[in-house]
Each structure stands twice: as C-alpha cells, then as structure tokens.
Ligand binder design. Structure first.
Ligand SMILES: C[S@@+](CC[C@H](N)C(=O)[O-])C[C@H]1O[C@@H](n2cnc3c(N)ncnc32)[C@H](O)[C@@H]1O
Ligand SMILES: [Zn+2]
Length: 316
C-alpha cells in the first residue's frame, strides 16, 4: 500500500461552479476517492451542511474519512462503503430526506493505479486482478482472459477499449493461453504488443492502454452500474438540486447523455394517441447541452484530466 494517497481532483473549478452550494446543502459524492472534490465542497456547505461520501474501495474510504474529519471536524459527514449502484440502500442507511448535489467522478483513482498488486497498471508487473472491491467481487481480469471465447473478448476489447486491433488481440490471447497461461499484467502486455503491428504500436499512447481499460470495465461492470446509479440519484435529488458527472471515455459519456435525455422527456405515449395516458412529465433539465471539458491549463498540470467530460443536470 502506498503511504500517501494523492489524486488531483479533475475539473474542480467547474464542479464547484456547477451548483450554488450554500450553508446547509446536502452533498453526496458517489466516488469519494481521496476526497479531493469533497473537501472543496465541504468548505462551501458549513456549518449546517451534510457530506455523504460513497466508495467501494477500503483504502479510499479510510484516507478520505480521516481527511474530512481533520479538515472539518464539526461537519456532519458520512462515509459509506459500497457500490454506487446501491445508492438507494446506502442513502437509506443515513438520516436524509433528499440530496441537493450529486457528484460522480468515474473510474479509478491515481492511487489505485499506483498500487501494483491491484493489477490496473500495464506499467507494473502484477497478477491480473482489476477488481475495485476484491472483498465482494469474484471475477478477475485473469478469469476473463482465461475463460471468455474469441468473440466475447473481441467485443469487450473493441467496445469498451475502442481498440482497432481487438480481434487480433483476442485471437492471440486464446491461442497463447492454450500453452502459456496469461497470468500477469506483463504477460498480457506481451500478447497485446505481439498482436498489434509494429508501425501502429509507435503511434498513440501505450499499446496496452485500451485493452486494460476494456478489461477493467468488464470486471467491474462499470457501464451497467453507472446507468442504474444515475437513475437512483435522480430520484433522490431535491427540486433545483443538481447532478454532475465526470466521465473519461465515450461509452460512459453516452450513458450519461442518454440517461439525462430520457428524464427530460415528458410524455412517452405513441404520437397517434389522442390524449396522454402515460402521465409522464419531465423530471430534469440538462444544464450542459455539450459536455464541459478541462481548460488547457489544467491539462498541462494533470494529464489524467485529458479525456474528462462533465455533464450537469438539474431536477425540476
Ligand atoms: C476518479 S476516483 C475519484 C477521485 C475523487 N473525486 C477525488 O478527487 O479524490 C474514482 C473513485 O470512485 C470509486 N468508484 C468507482 N466506481 C465505483 C462504484 N461503482 N461504486 C463505488 N465507488 C466507485 C473508485 O474506487 C475511486 O476511488
Ligand atoms: Zn403520455
């Protein structure tokens, strides 16, 4: 375990500007991490505000809990361990009537990447794990690689990694595993490098980046849990409350965009219906028609912010 838990909060200025935080606001940070965003929001809701932080990672919760307690000892705050797809259950466990502001800052935090044993990093030799909550999850990246067929591996690496050579990588993985188990991050990097033509390997980032992202999404069911979490969060939001979501790849961003769109629609009756029978009315309005992206100055300081997109919606 790394002794320090460092993570620069992405698009912090934009997040702070996305809602009129005031004394007494109830804030729920669904991806607490190192509490970078949470600490900044906490300052704005004192002394009556409530700060709820959710994370499925034990180390993040421990570090964030200490930081919040040290910085704002009088603040009413709760740190809840669990997957944000269980917002209903988690929020029901604390005395809250509703939430004024939800934040999702998706993905993995820098420290999770930096702890080699977690298996998230293609730069460190480690078992292929990638579970965000190893205590609860059983499926590991190694199991995906050892048991999925070529078609499924191709689909995952192509769809979740947007990798052009998905099929080549999938085929080579299945071929290799017959003779040599692909057990570690470096075993996997070797296969990826062998599957991607040398000319292509020289352009762009690390050749393994996309495949590693794809496996992480599969292992943690990241897309399914996101949609379910957004739907629950929208229900908990107080009128005029806002939800802000920072995503890091296009599939996540599309889920955020489409879920928001769904809730801005009113009636879903067929167009030839003379009167409305569904009774549906819009429940939110979208504040960002186009997602906000980090400023150039932030990108210079924090390359992790590169692919970030921020979408905001307001409950009616
Ligand atoms: C990018 S980090 C958040 C960093 C944080 N905003 C900060 O400034 O320190 C994402 C965090 O969300 C957590 N996380 C990701 N998916 C989750 C999920 N489905 N349920 C609960 N926590 C999740 C990760 O464990 C990680 O700590
Ligand atoms: Zn209708």
């Amino acid at each position: 375990m790394t002794p320090e838990y460092r993570h620069n909060p992405v698009m912090l200025k934009e997040v702070l500007a996305s809602y009129e935080f005031r004394d007494g606001s109830v804030v729920c940070d669904c991806t607490l991490g190192g509490a970078g965003h949470s600490l900044a929001m906490a300052e704005k809701i004192l002394p009556q505000g409530v700060l709820v932080g959710i994370d499925q990672d034990d180390l993040a919760l421990e570090v964030a809990g200490k930081r919040i307690a040290e910085a704002y000892p009088s603040l009413k705050s709760f740190q809840l361990k669990g997957n944000f797809s269980q917002i209903d259950e988690l929020l029901s466990s604390v005395p809250l009537a509703g939430v004024d502001f939800f934040l999702f800052d998706l993905g993995v935090s820098s420290p999770q990447f930096d702890i080699p044993e977690r298996g998230f990093s293609y730069r460190e030799e480690a078992p292929l794990d990638m579970r965000m909550d190893p205590g609860k999850q059983t499926l590991t990246a190694q199991e995906v690689i050892e048991t999925y067929n070529v078609a499924d591996l191709t689909r995952i690496i192509r769809d979740y990694g947007e990798e052009k050579f998905a099929n080549k990588i999938a085929k080579l993985l299945v071929e290799r595993r017959l003779t040599n188990p692909v057990k570690t991050t470096f075993d996997l990097v070797d296969v990826i490098k062998a599957a991607i033509p040398a000319r292509e390997r020289r352009s762009g980032g690390h050749p393994a980046k996309k495949t590693f992202q794809a496996l992480r999404i599969e292992v943690n069911h990241e897309l399914e849990v996101l949609e379910s979490a957004l739907v629950q969060a929208l229900r908990w939001l107080n009128p005029k409350g806002r939800i802000a979501v920072i995503s890091y790849h296009s599939l996540e961003d599309r889920i955020v965009k489409q879920t928001f769109k769904e809730y801005t629609k009113g009636c879903t009756c067929p167009p030839d219906m003379p009167v409305c029978t569904c009774g549906n009315t819009p429940t939110i309005k979208v504040i960002t028609n186009k997602p906000l992206v980090p400023q150039a100055s932030e990108l210079e300081e924090n390359p992790r912010a590169r692919s970030a997109k921020l979408r905001i919606a307001e409950k009616l």
